[in-house]
Design a protein around this ligand. Structure first.
Ligand SMILES: [Zn+2]
Length: 326
């Protein structure tokens, strides 16, 4: 393990990585992020560590990718797919899923101050709504250690999964009452969780990239009628932002060919999966309008002391397969 790290370090310092990167320059790299929180924000201790970057780590990642890549916007990709323009070499798009309040508060300003475009894929039902996605709210409250609710069974839940199972067994009304109480008890350790409609409208007004991510955040593969969820997502998105969404990211990254086709039929031209791969370009144009994305966690880019290690990010982003999704 140590030898492997040392070899990577040598390769990075010795320029081997940059040679490898040159070999992969005809690709589009799409980053997949969720939450970004500074240590001082009370929500940092209740957010899912696997899906959260510290603000400082996120900023170091942005400085590094700005140096290595050519950041592009969602419209740049749309234009390239429609043959109106070309993407640069080493193109990179930064994307966020769900519509967390902290994305707007911390991540968007960090991007804007560096002139890096980005996209947020919005679960429309979660905007200004404290009960969607309820599993996340429950998990944050559970981590805050204050999940009370009317039943002591939930308070003693041994794991988040056990808590979810118990909440799932409740009638919807009672579940909502439970979640309300838990969120009240956790207070600023969980709130605000998702963006408000006003915040979303401000992002739209500022020209920040926005796309759809379902309504309820339920995987499309689990819905009896995925197409009606996709249409509803489009309608709610238009109501919230005043624009029609042209791109979509699958909730939980789950899809089959059926959901892919349903999304395309519902007017989403660019589809973003959570499949971990780079996207090939030919003459500055993507070979498909369905894209893979590379998620980044704290663990992927920092050492055991939480220090950002640029080599780790470089390897994580470069040593991924190049694939085309039809
Ligand atoms: Zn999501």
């Amino acid at each position: 393990m140590i030898l492997k790290a040392a070899a990577k370090h040598l390769l990075y310092r010795g320029g081997g990585l940059s040679a490898f990167r040159r070999f992969r320059q005809d690709t589009l790299t799409v980053l997949l992020l969720h939450r970004v929180l500074p240590e001082g924000d009370p929500r940092a201790r209740t957010a899912d560590p696997g899906y959260t970057l510290r603000l400082e780590t996120f900023e170091r990642c942005l400085d590094a990718v700005r140096h290595w890549y050519q950041p592009v916007s969602l419209s740049d990709i749309e234009n390239a797919v429609r043959n109106r323009s070309k993407l640069p070499r080493n193109a990179l798009l930064v994307t966020f899923d769900d519509g967390w309040e902290d994305t707007a508060r911390y991540a968007v300003p960090a991007l804007q101050s560096r002139g890096i475009p980005g996209v947020v894929f919005i679960a429309t039902g979660a905007i200004g709504n404290e009960h969607t996605p309820w599993r996340d709210i429950a998990a944050c409250a559970w981590r805050a250690g204050v999940f009370g609710g009317p039943a002591s069974g939930a308070k003693n839940a041994s794991s988040i999964e056990a808590l979810w199972q118990w909440l799932e067994s409740l009638p919807e009304e009672e579940r909502i009452r439970c979640l309300d109480k838990a969120a009240d008890d956790a207070g600023e350790a969980v709130r605000p969780l998702m963006m408000s409609p006003e915040t979303l409208r401000r992002l739209a007004h500022e020209g920040f990239g926005l796309g759809g991510h379902g309504v309820s955040h339920t995987p499309l593969t689990k819905l009896a009628d995925a197409e009606s969820e996709l249409r509803k997502c489009g309608a709610e998105f238009r109501e919230l932002t005043g624009r029609s969404p042209t791109s979509f990211a699958f909730p939980h990254g789950l899809y089959t060919r059926l959901e892919l086709q349903a999304a395309q039929r519902s007017g989403f031209d660019l589809i973003f999966t959570s499949d971990r791969h780079l996207n090939p370009l030919r003459d500055g144009r993507p070979l498909s309008s369905v894209f893979g994305r590379i998620s980044i966690s704290e663990e992927d880019v920092t050492d055991s002391d939480g220090r950002f290690i640029p080599e780790k990010l470089a390897y994580w982003l470069t040593l991924q397969p190049i694939k085309t999704l039809a």
